[in-house]
Design a protein. Sequence first.
Length: 261
Amino acid sequence: MALTKEQHNEIKQYLITKIRQKLASYNPETNSMPFHYRLLGKDRMALFSFIHSVNTMLGQSIFEHVGRIIAKSKAKQAIDQYRKLEGYISSQAVLKIDQIMRDLRAAKRKPNKEKETREVLSVATKGDLGRKLKKRVDLFVETQEGIEYYFEIKTAKPNINEFTGIKKQLLDWIAMRGSENQDVNIKTIVAIPYNPYEPESYERWTLQGLFDLEQEVLVGEEFWDLLGGERTYEDLLNVFEEAGLELYDEIDEKMKSLRES
């Protein structure tokens, strides 16, 4: 097992607590959807609306917090919703990042995260520093060896415009951290918690030419196993299943109350 018994129990209780909070406070966004109700049934719409609400919660906070629980036992520090990334994006870094982005989009260069990181760090303190910035990072992990990971956790199917913004954001984070410490060992990564195309591989071809697919895009098992070691992903799925089984009757009861209201 990759997850310890303590991690298993902590994650399970966290999930159960969050879903119970959602059940206690949840009400459908609208009380009248006459066409949907007649076509699909009020009970199905109530369940769909609740699932959509939980799906949003997973993407906004739960995956980040679960990542912290998994990483903290092995890491020097692990913080979800990390708010301490501070630094400057120097005028030279702005120009360098703009050049990297333009060259990638025009296929004048191939993505190479290590090279891009070196280029941005080399100009992180050059030119006008401007004003100091603060950014929130979904998950920050510093390993015992001093490697700093900054994870942007995204839902399963971001569109290409979102990914373009994410790419620039990852480079901006490097510039900001480098303005404080040019010798930092930093890795900025977009993490996608699960592969919606399983058993097929994730359709990474849409990201080719923009991202270094081996170094800055982690999908499903790759992400969770990086945090906790081999088999973490499989263990985590089992924890979610256990929590779901324990909550089964409570969710059914809530859906019944919505149907009868």
